[in-house]
Ligand binder design. Structure first.
Ligand code: SF4
Ligand code: SF4
Length: 374
């Protein structure tokens, strides 16, 4: 396992993200298959992973419990726990923190984060007063290092950094796709300028960069047939100097074994490899997105009063980001995909030839599946 110094300790470059542990039932964040999860966590620990990341809400709270059960069998100074305060859980930070200590069977949290700050929940976090409380916990030794995880735009990232002049680290989504098509490069540079260590979430973009699309896979395999798509994504993140820990939300033991084997080997990533990732990102985007130009030719036709281009936009985000993209998504529209009567009038008008009814059906299914997730 590769390690990198952080303050006066060393952290494994690969961290275990306990958001997608194996489950006994399908659905996002469902009940954990505890024997399978135990096997994975023990395997990670025994193969040198020492950074374990969870959150109050992962697997409806079961993720913290399972991590606590498994890791408490080992000496407390041989692993590092990261967990988070989530404002939308509706539990005051003081109460959540106490509960987390119990769930994780510990008297302190090594890495504590304000969870998933973004432009829309920035105010709610600010109002909660959580940072003052967390700084107090740090002063009392119940938190060792304090940070936040961010889905913010670069402007809001700067504003969140201003909450505390003493952040120890920041967690952001970072992968070659978002570097090319999102704002990751800018976020990275903001943090690099402040010399803040970066913990990476979604290096494989929720698994999307492991499966990609046929054309994108071809771009990668023509260059290095021996390297899997997931290994390409992890190797790309690994070569960035400001990156401290790379979290991968592994769901099976074999994924974990593959990832650990990668971090057991020397990092090997060239400038040419960088270009290959860029080309794969371009090919992937072209293949998975519907090419809606928001021309609105379809809009007046819809008997269900669905703002079709808005939902096309959401659909593309969902295809790239996974089902979580629909959670809390705000779409200005009278009708929703669930109201679609499959009349097909929109499809007839669409100059891009998009099968809009099929898109609505798929989107309605995902929105129904995710409706209880906050
Ligand atoms: S197929 Fe659905 S989205 Fe398209 S016009 Fe008919 S109701 Fe609206
Ligand atoms: S007609 Fe097609 S391209 Fe134009 S807004 Fe509707 S779905 Fe998008």
């Amino acid at each position: 396992m590769e390690y990198k110094p952080f303050k006066d300790i060393k952290l494994s470059r690969l961290g275990l993200g306990a958001m997608r542990l194996p489950q006994t039932a399908p659905g996002f964040g469902g009940p954990i298959d505890r024997p399978a999860a135990r096997e994975m966590i023990e395997y990670a620990y025994n193969h040198g992973v020492n950074y374990f990341d969870t959150a109050y809400v992962y697997h409806n709270g079961e993720s913290e419990v399972v991590l606590g059960e498994v890791l408490s069998q080992y000496p407390r100074d041989s692993y590092y726990l990261a967990t988070k305060f989530y404002v939308h859980a509706g539990v005051p930070v003081e109460q959540m923190f106490e509960e987390q200590l119990k769930r994780l069977q510990t008297d302190h949290i090594d890495f504590y984060l304000v969870h998933g700050v973004d432009d829309s929940c920035y105010d709610a976090y600010e109002k909660s007063g959580c940072v003052d409380f967390l700084k107090r916990m740090k002063a009392e030794g119940k938190i060792t290092w304090l940070g936040f995880s961010s889905h913010c735009s670069p402007d809001y990232l700067k504003k969140t950094l201003a909450w505390n002049d003493d952040w120890d680290f920041v967690q952001i989504q970072c992968n070659y796709f978002d570097w090319k098509f999102g704002t990751t490069a800018e976020e990275y540079r903001i943090l690099e300028e402040k010399n803040l260590p970066i913990v990476v979430m979604e290096p494989i973009r929720g698994g999307k960069l492991a499966t990609l699309s046929d054309d994108a896979l071809k771009v990668l395999s023509e260059k290095r047939p021996e390297r899997s798509a997931a290994a390409w994504a992890l190797s790309w993140v690994r070569h960035l100097p400001q990156i401290q820990v790379i979290l991968s939300g592994m769901s099976t033991l074999s994924q974990m074994q593959e990832n650990i084997a990668l971090f057991d080997r020397e990092s090997e990533f060239t400038a040419e490899d960088e270009q290959t990732c860029e080309k794969a990102a371009e090919a992937f985007k072209k293949e998975v997105s519907v090419p809606c130009t928001a021309c609105r030719y379809c809009c007046g036709t819809c008997p269900a009063k669905i703002e079709i281009p808005e939902y096309m936009n959401l659909y593309n985000r969902m295809k790239l980001d996974g089902p979580m993209a629909v959670v809390g998504a705000k779409v200005e529209s009278e009708g929703t995909p669930a109201d679609c009567v499959q009349c097909g009038q929109c499809k007839e008008r669409c100059p891009q030839g998009i099968d809009v009814p099929a898109v609505m059906k798929e989107l309605a299914g995902v929105m129904e599946m995710m409706k209880d997730i906050k």
